[in-house]
Design a protein around this ligand. Sequence first.
Ligand code: AP5
Ligand code: MG
Length: 235
Amino acid sequence: MSSESPRSKIQNQKSKIPKIIVLIGAPGAGKGTQARLIQERLHLPQISTGDMFRALALSDSLLSREVKELQDAGKLIPDDLVIRIVAERTSLPDCDAGYVLDGFPRTPAQAATLEGLANEQGKTIVAIFVDVPLELLKKRAVGRRQCPICHEIYNIYFLPPAFDEVCDRHPGVKLEQRADDTSEKVGVRLKTYEEQTRPLLGYYRDSHRLTRVDGTQTPEAIYTQIQKIIAANGK
Ligand code: AP5
Ligand code: MG
């Protein structure tokens, strides 16, 4: 007979199921910052729909121009396109052991699709809400700067690079500002978040899959909490 207690048996079973870590939070909450840390340290790939669409917008086609226009205006990309790229990306072998979703799902239709994907892929969903008050969000988004090479994320107010607007990892490379990080566009994105994405918190809370973290702490302190949540769910 096994000497394992029922509790550790459940824990062991849980740890064998690959996880889909869903980071939910308003624009500027720190989803990308945390997803990059999880990717670096836990080796779960970061699937950022925002980054994927920004990369697509660099090519020259009707579709890429439409995507760029919507993104720059702070509006959502249509569900069918988003769902298609997420299904395709998460079916690649590097996602077999689990992955981190940064910026998806953002609508009820996207959340419903993710349930289907999780089932098909044999994974469980762990949703984490990075909670930051409204008054901080605008400053975080407007102050954000990113390295065009390694995509390291900085903030001129809160997490500045060592030298004025130049990447610490790539000396001489000037940091860039996103077209949708103006005060006006951030306002549009926050409104969209309130209307379309915030309701998903209730959805994951009601199905006991949501944990809140205080997103006003330092990135390291937030990461420590996130790592504990992932460990408690078996990674
Ligand atoms: P996306 O790129 O996902 O943008 P977002 O959700 O608006 O979120 P952000 O990237 O602005 O913020 P973040 O939470 O990643 O914060 P970050 O870590 O950078 O989407 C952009 C657009 O793409 C959408 O508007 C839409 O058009 C389209 N799109 C994407 N996904 C879609 C989907 N699923 N459906 C439809 N359309 C979609 O941090 C922000 C700043 O704060 C940085 O400067 C950072 O350095 C700083 N910071 C981070 N953490 C801390 C901390 N703990 N303390 C102090 N400063 C911090
Ligand atoms: Mg981001």
